[in-house]
Design a protein around this ligand. Structure first.
Ligand code: SF4
Ligand code: SF4
Ligand code: FES
Length: 243
């Protein structure tokens, strides 16, 4: 069903179930975000995507990535009040990820160059720019279909990785988690015929093509073969004979 409502005074429409954030972007309205990707279910972790929504005469600031469109609502994506709240949220996030370029840039755009909230500097509490947005774990489960990652630890020691904080054994080193991470803190390297996903300490050998060039980790190719139900000899055939 199509839902009609307004964003910044403009009449818009979207399919039921779509988020306000995705709709706003589709109509060209800029809304910042750190923990959102349109291919992955919303989680609402970073709170950077705040907008103001008026429904039934009442207004509230709310995250737009996990707010589904509703008939007749009025959305404002930018105002001094929204920017003030986003600035506070970004200042907090900057204290978690002072080295993350995307966070620094977004914070600077909201007038925040330095965070007043300083996290303990010792190694035990350091998250190395991870903002616990969970995108890496969600892409691994929802898109890759592997579920190698989860939240682990508690309180200040909360982090993301394998359930037992060791090398995630089911990881196929596809690199999707490194690609979606908004703070670039996962890390991905290919060297000497090996691919390494740095943050998880996972290193796997690469399969090679007929010219001896590395293609992808063998585990990743097997995973694709299984998911796509490809014949057992699929990779042995030359590319022109695959069907
Ligand atoms: S590299 Fe490993 S942990 Fe990351 S998305 Fe791929 S399978 Fe999951
Ligand atoms: S490693 Fe990156 S994607 Fe994963 S939770 Fe931390 S910031 Fe988010
Ligand atoms: S993008 Fe909406 S809470 Fe992070």
């Amino acid at each position: 069903m199509t839902v009609k409502f307004k964003i910044n005074g403009v009449e818009v429409e979207a399919q039921e179930g779509v988020s306000v954030l995705d709709t706003a972007r589709r109509y060209g309205f800029e809304v910042p975000s750190l923990c959102h990707h349109e291919a992955i279910a919303a989680y609402g972790a970073c709170r950077v995507c705040l907008v103001e929504i008026t429904k039934g005469g009442r207004s509230k600031l709310t995250t737009s990535c996990n707010y589904e469109v509703l008939p007749g609502i009025e959305v404002v994506t930018d105002s001094p009040k929204i920017r003030k709240h986003r600035a506070m949220v970004l200042e907090l996030i900057l204290s978690e990820a002072p080295g993350a370029q995307a966070v620094r840039r977004m914070a600077a755009e909201h007038g925040v160059d330095v965070s007043r909230f300083v996290r303990p500097a010792d190694g035990e509490h350091k998250r190395d720019n991870c903002i616990l947005c969970g995108l890496c774990a969600r892409v691994c489960t929802e898109v890759v279909g592997v579920s190698a990652l989860t939240f682990n630890g508690r309180g200040d020691r909360r982090g993301v990785g394998s359930a037992f904080m060791d090398q995630p054994q089911s990881c196929i080193a596809c690199g999707a988690c490194a690609w979606v991470c908004p703070t670039d803190c996962v890390g991905f390297e290919e060297k000497d015929g090996m691919r390494k996903v740095v943050r998880w300490g996972r290193e796997l050998p690469m399969a090679k093509d007929e010219q001896g060039r590395p293609v992808a980790p063998t585990y990743q190719l097997f995973h694709f073969q299984k998911v796509a139900k490809l014949p057992a000899d699929f990779y042995k055939k030359s590319p022109g004979n695959r069907s």
